[in-house]
Design a protein around this ligand. Structure first.
Ligand SMILES: [Zn+2]
Ligand SMILES: [Zn+2]
Length: 413
């Protein structure tokens, strides 16, 4: 019965086709679900591993910190006398943090202290030494809610009280009870509760710790710059090619001011150019520096703003002679105790010159400084010209005393 075999085949073929089709769809769905499940598992697995690694690292760091009784730290004993000693690792009291120092930076103030052997307000020997640092929290005292072990932070060198007349009048830099902290040249540093509460900042992940450690001096520079009544296009002369002079110069250049760097050494000329100086006047004498700077302004009228960042009386006088009528002078560099300046009273009065003398920083300026570092516009790397181990600290300061071309050296414990 050939007719009926054909019939059967006709009837069965569509069924086979349908079965095949349904089978393929089922297999594809199974594969699709399987892939999604595997991807999901992978994703969760990775997140779990990363989280475990992070926690593990924090735990190990804490364990290392707790397991150690002593650490290496620089102790200032007096004039040009720093010794690296074994001292107890600090423990966090309520509100305090213990930070493992990632990088501590040398500073002009530390150099002054090294030379003189003390600083009336900041440090009385024998004492832990160094104040510009960033690192990783290894212990948080009771009651600290904002930071935990493993956090990368920059802890400032001071914090205002918040209660005195000056704090309540928006002049926290002049606080009657400014609390200073030293001890950055060490493996670990204790951060007092007031600094934890008011002047400790989280460092964004993309910012290296040694860059974040620039927050303190940069906060002084930003403060001094903003205090000098700047405006875009203003011509601003900065006297001094030390770390703070160069920082001020860079801040002014980034803000759109026309900058004139007045510096002494060849290395400073180069650094000033790199950091955005429109003109560089290399000083041979104060008279000539004043003349050359004025010559860069229309009709020799003088600069709109002059900032002194050297800290010697002659440079203060020089700054007043560079500025135009109606201009602003900022005596930013602190001079030695007991020094005086001779200023032309007629020139100051009849030329209507504003005199400012900005000191230190405020918590708001510290925030601005770290934001500027994190923005990527600020060339933080240009300010760190050397690296040294803690045990080389004496040699580093001796070298800095001989007026090397170094701007800042990162001390790594
Ligand atoms: Zn400093
Ligand atoms: Zn105060």
């Amino acid at each position: 019965m050939p007719g009926s075999v054909k019939d059967v085949i006709k009837r069965v073929r569509p069924t086979v086709g349908t079965a095949l089709e349904a089978g393929r769809a089922t297999v594809e769905t199974a594969i699709e679900h399987g892939r999604a499940t595997v991807e999901d598992a992978l994703h969760h697995g990775r997140a779990t591993v990363e989280s475990a690694l992070h926690h593990g690292r924090a735990t190990v760091e804490t364990a290392i910190h707790h397991g150690r009784a002593t650490m290496q730290a620089a102790i200032l004993h007096g004039r040009e006398d720093i010794r690296i000693e074994s001292v107890p690792v600090p423990k966090a009291e309520p509100g305090e943090l213990i930070v493992q120092v990632g990088a501590a930076l040398t500073c002009g103030t530390d150099l002054k202290v090294f030379r003189r052997g003390y600083h009336a307000r900041m440090i009385v020997p024998p004492a832990l030494f160094g104040h510009e640092l960033a690192g990783t929290v290894v212990e948080a005292g009771a009651g600290v809610a904002d930071f935990k072990s493993g956090d990368r932070v920059v802890a400032l060198n001071s914090a205002p009280c918040g209660k005195c007349y000056f704090c309540q009048h928006n002049q926290e830099n002049l606080c009657d009870d400014l609390l200073f902290n030293n001890g950055a040249y060490a493996e670990f540093i204790r951060i007092p509760s007031r600094i934890v509460a008011k002047n400790t900042l989280r460092v964004p992940n993309h910012v290296p710790l040694e860059h974040a450690a620039l927050t303190e001096p940069l906060a002084c520079a930003v403060h001094g710059f903003e205090d000098s009544k700047p405006y875009p296009g203003a011509t601003i002369a900065i006297i001094g090619g030390g770390p703070l002079g160069l920082m001020m110069l860079h801040v002014a250049a980034l803000s759109g001011c026309e900058t004139i760097a007045v510096v002494k050494h060849d290395g400073q000329v180069e650094a000033a150019r790199q950091l955005g100086a429109k003109h560089v006047v290399q000083t041979t004498s104060i008279r000539k520096a004043i003349r050359d700077t004025r010559a860069l302004t229309p009709n020799d009228r003088g600069v709109d703003i002059a900032i002194e960042a050297v800290g010697i009386p002659e440079a203060w006088e020089e700054a007043v002679e560079m500025v135009r009528k109606g201009g602003t002078v900022n005596f930013f560099g602190g001079c030695a105790v007991g020094t005086h300046v001779a200023l032309d009273t007629n020139r100051i009065h009849y030329s209507d010159i504003t005199l400012r003398a900005t000191f230190h920083h405020t918590p708001a300026m510290c925030l601005k400084a770290l934001d500027l570092i994190a923005s990527g516009n600020f060339q933080a790397g240009a300010f760190i010209t050397g690296r040294a181990h803690l045990y080389e600290l004496n040699r580093v300061f001796e070298k800095l005393m001989k007026r090397s071309t170094e701007i800042k050296t990162a001390i790594v414990p």
